[in-house]
Design a protein around this ligand. Structure first.
Ligand code: C2E
Ligand code: MG
Ligand code: MG
Ligand code: MG
Length: 290
């Protein structure tokens, strides 16, 4: 009896593993074709100054529209692209698109910052700095508009190499953000050794504000520390007015999250600006009434 059960259990798990392995293999194969056939689109999520609803910048977030599978989220395909090395080519495409987008914004009189996620493999790539430098010159983007998002774990592996790479990137004129801050191996003593411009407070700390007092303490502490180190902060995953107010009360004004907008394709920008203008108008009415 036990034996039969064991066999069934094994069979069950092995089917599950097969399914996971098959999905992986499918994505791996399809990724190459997707790159060739331009199945990727970049969505942009605004980072907004919550005091005046001004857009301060946008984060570029990759979307894959597969012809038969539909939308495949980045959490599904980025790790596979990273493992196969395809992320280098894909990441270069994201950088190129983001530069072109920044130039288009400037031409429309809406010059703004663009945050771009770098993968570990891209960051370690010895040719990253040269490639980016050429791209900046060719596209005509102002380097200071480009913000590169890295995670703590990418910096903590080989600290000395990371510091050298960061200084070379900074020499191009770009800014450095630490993404998902607080979730990795955050060694605060290293933080001051890295030439970092922006900390992005991870969504997991913001999500349960104002119910979770621990998360509120952690968030307030990150903001206070960043302020002392002269580093800017952006809060991720801000969904409610209560979260906006808590962050404002603790001196964090630039927020990114569904409260203002989900990531959207460029064609939806007109309605984004309309929405932000409306919020602005209502806030001004309230101010004048109060
Ligand atoms: P991330 O860089 O931390 O990006 C923020 C994620 O939070 C995005 O998920 C965004 O859609 C989501 N988000 C934003 N506001 C809210 C909110 O208010 N509530 C909730 N629940 N979620 C919110 P997305 O677009 O699925 O991307 C997931 C991750 O995939 C990114 O996390 C990033 O690590 C990676 N990724 C996306 N695009 C790229 C890329 O071009 N290159 C690389 N290397 N990684 C990328
Ligand atoms: Mg990011
Ligand atoms: Mg993030
Ligand atoms: Mg995050």
């Amino acid at each position: 009896e036990a034996k039969a059960k064991g066999r069934n259990t094994f069979h069950f798990y092995s089917q599950e593993l097969d399914a996971a392995a098959n999905e992986r293999l499918f994505i791996e194969n399809e990724l190459r074709q997707a790159l060739r056939e331009k199945q990727f689109v970049i969505y942009y999520q605004p980072q907004v100054d919550s005091r005046n609803q001004q857009v301060m910048g946008y984060e570029a977030l990759l979307r894959w529209f597969h012809p038969t599978e539909g939308l495949i989220p980045p959490t599904k395909f980025i790790p596979i692209a990273e493992a196969t090395g395809l992320i280098v080519e894909l990441g270069e495409w994201v950088l190129q698109e983001s530069c072109d987008f920044a130039v288009r914004l400037k031409e429309q009189g809406r010059e703004n910052n663009i945050s771009i996620n770098l993968s570990a493999r891209q960051f370690k790539d010895a040719s990253l700095v040269t490639m980016l430098s050429k791209m900046i010159i060719k596209s005509g983007v102002s380097a200071k508009r480009l913000h590169l998002e890295l995670t703590e774990s990418m910096l903590m592996g080989n600290v000395e190499a990371a510091i050298t790479q960061l200084h070379e990137l900074k020499a191009l004129g770009v800014s450095i953000s630490i993404d998902d801050f607080g979730t990795g191996y955050s060694s605060l003593s290293y933080l001051k050794r890295f030439p970092v411009d922006i900390l992005k407070i991870d969504r997991s700390f913001v999500r349960d504000i104002p119910e979770d007092t621990n998360d509120m303490e952690i968030t307030a502490a990150i903001i206070a520390m960043a302020q002392k180190l002269n580093i800017n902060v952006v809060a991720e995953g801000v969904e409610t007015i209560e979260q906006v107010q808590f962050l404002q009360n603790n001196n964090c004004f630039v927020v990114q999250g569904y409260y203002f907008s989900a990531p959207i394709p460029e064609r939806e920008f007109p309605s984004l600006f309309e929405k932000l203008n409306n919020i602005q108008r209502i806030e001004n009415l309230n101010k004048n009434a109060g």
